[in-house]
Write a protein that binds this ligand. Structure first.
Ligand code: CUA
Length: 332
């Protein structure tokens, strides 16, 4: 019975390890590396405990099995000081071995907390999307978080509604976002790439769909991205119809100016760089058909989100125009 269970566990572990941008087992930054060391340490200790317990278990099963011709009750033992001391001391030693590096790394990471010169990002969690403000850069973004590589990024995390948790496993451990409270942490991405993140706290109907991406790029590229985000979107006449629909139906909730409303949490995701999104609504395929489906009936795709559906208001042709316009909201 144990073998299939172990096989499944191995599969789960290797499955998680395969995606280098999602797994805590493939750290891609200094915070994740130190935490990975603790993960390994606790797994080795657990494996040792498991092996010893199994050996004793099998030995006892065999040694004290029922033998033919055996009658009556075996010798009864009540309490053993020696045994109790042994099975109290061993866990105490193991927990101490685990506790010392855990406390040390916790303090070490706190000591390395970046100064205020480092890039500041304010993460505001919403049901079920992520808002990012860069107070020093004067821009705001949503869903995909852009950061420079090779430097510490300081995070201030909070929530607008319920408790969520911000977790990009390959970069570092999760931090809760609590309404009315600000938590701090720091992360660093060593290499450019798109790191996957998840909301790691059950937060409502669409908790499982509350993913996010961290797009790490080298400093010059990041600076260029910031400059483009600051520029107002200039629309082209090709998408004039879609722009008009957006102005009539969408702009009361969705800003398309990244420099707007920095001091207050956004009501809906800022769409300044919507066309650059890695995925739609932090989970779905970023193609025209899916975007149109989303606008028609967001509730069906992501239950419990606040966006109203436009299935009754917009016909297919209008939807197509709107999608064309949305795709032009790009800074690339
Ligand atoms: Cu937000 Cu789970």
């Amino acid at each position: 019975r144990l073998l299939p269970l172990l096989a499944v566990m191995m599969l789960v572990l290797t499955g998680c390890g395969q995606d280098p941008f999602l797994s805590a087992l493939t750290p891609r930054g200094p915070v994740a590396e130190q935490q990975f060391y603790l993960i390994k340490l606790s797994i080795y200790i657990m494996m040792g405990v498991f092996a010893v317990v199994m050996v004793i278990y099998v030995y006892v099963l065999v040694r004290f099995r029922h033998r033919p011709g055996q009658t009556g009750i075996p010798e009864q033992i009540e309490g053993s000081h020696k045994l109790e001391i042994i099975w109290t001391t061993i866990p105490l030693i193991l927990l101490t071995i685990l506790a010392i590096p855990t406390v040390k790394i916790t303090f070490d990471l706190a000591e390395k907390f970046p100064t205020d010169d480092a890039l500041q990002v304010k993460v505001i969690a919403h049901q079920f999307w992520w808002e990012y403000e860069y107070p020093d850069l004067g821009i705001s973004a949503a869903q995909d978080l852009y950061i420079p590589t090779g430097e510490k990024v300081q995070f201030q995390l909070t929530s607008e509604d319920v408790i969520h948790s911000f977790w990009a496993p390959a970069l570092g451990g999760k931090t809760d976002t609590n309404p009315g409270m600000v938590n701090a942490m720091w992360l660093q991405a060593d290499d450019p790439g798109v790191y996957k993140g998840k909301c790691a706290e059950l937060c409502g109907d669409s908790h499982t769909l509350m993913d996010f991406k961290i797009v790490a790029m080298d400093r010059p590229e990041f600076d260029a991205w910031v400059e483009k985000m600051k520029e107002p979107h200039v629309s082209s006449s090709d998408v004039a119809e879609g722009e008009q629909i957006f102005a009539d139906s969408c702009i009361s909730c969705h800003a398309i100016d990244a420099t707007q409303g920095l001091d207050i949490p956004d009501f809906a995701p800022n769409l300044r760089n919507f066309g650059d999104r890695v995925v739609l609504a932090n989970y779905f395929n970023m193609d025209d058909e899916t975007i149109a489906e989303w606008i028609k009936n967001p509730e069906k795709m992501k239950p419990g989100n606040l966006m109203p559906g436009f299935a009754d208001e917009l016909d297919d042709q209008q939807l197509a125009s709107l999608v064309d316009y949305l795709n032009t909201l790009s800074v690339k």
